[in-house]
Design a protein around this ligand. Structure first.
Ligand code: 13P
Length: 258
């Protein structure tokens, strides 16, 4: 059974003071919610502050990226060990904004996935096609390359510790979410690839999140699909009531997925 997971990706938003207020709002807004795991991923600079607010709650802390080395001459980078020290359990890797604006390629993302696993972090590996790629029928080829590249060289036990996120680039920050049908066919395809990369059991147990303009008013039909194990939420995660409404809908959709 797969427990649904909702992850807030705050991207480059929030000073420490703002992040603390938002985290408090989320914590309070989610009192009593069950059947869903929740992780907040603030900017690096706010990790300690948000970690303080979340202490003693069931909400988890995550980061938006990590380097692949434990330490070294990598100006501006943050290592998995540094994130673990701050209480992070999760790290988003290979987000399309990292690919687009920071030139990240699958080989580099693979190094990051390996490093995160080696430090006991749960990587959320993001894949997704651009609009132009969907239009020319390349969606499956694109996500297959990203998935195989990101998981290259991992054994089944390591693949089992990875969470996937399908985030079509054309749906991110556009207000235009993928339809449940569009998401389901990619999720099912990704699950099939996990079966090849690891095993059928690993694929069945793996959580595959959908991301891209997830809002309180569209999450219901998405999470009603057994193939969709939760959401990776950007814009709507910056407003506590909206994010809490999304999490409540996911929690109410019913605990474990078959
Ligand atoms: P939006 O929810 O703002 O579309 O962002 C999605 C995303 O990129 C989450 O990682």
């Amino acid at each position: 059974m797969r427990t649904p997971l909702v992850v807030a990706n705050w991207k480059m938003h929030g000073t420490c003071a703002e992040a603390r207020t938002l985290a408090l709002g989320v914590r309070e807004g989610l009192q009593g919610v069950e059947g869903v795991e929740v992780v907040l991923c603030p900017p690096f600079t706010a990790l300690a502050a948000v970690g303080g607010v979340l202490a003693g709650s069931r909400l988890g802390l995550g980061a938006q990226d990590a380097h692949w080395e434990a330490a070294g001459a990598f100006t501006g980078a943050v290592s998995p060990a540094m994130l673990v020290e701050l209480g992070c359990r999760v790290v988003i890797l290979g987000h399309s904004e990292r690919r687009q604006h920071f030139g990240e390629r699958d080989e580099m993302i693979n190094q990051k996935v390996r490093a995160a696993l080696a430090h006991g972090l749960t990587p959320i590996l993001c894949v997704g096609e651009r609009e132009e790629e969907r239009e020319r029928g390349a969606t499956f080829a694109v996500v297959e390359t990203q998935l195989r590249g990101g998981l290259a060289g991992l054994g089944a036990a390591e693949v089992a510790r990875v969470v996937l996120a399908y985030e079509p680039v054309w749906a991110i920050g556009t207000g235009r979410n993928a339809t449940p049908e569009q998401a389901v066919e990619v999720h099912a395809f990704l699950r099939g690839l996990l079966g090849e990369a690891a095993s059928k059991e690993v694929a069945q147990a793996a959580r595959i999140l959908y991301g891209g303009s997830v809002k309180p008013d569209n999450v219901g039909p998405l999470i009603a699909e057994p193939e969709i194990d939760g959401g990776l939420v950007g814009g709507a995660s910056l407003r506590a009531p909206e994010f809490a409404a999304i999490v409540r809908t996911v929690g109410a959709a019913g605990g474990g997925r078959p």
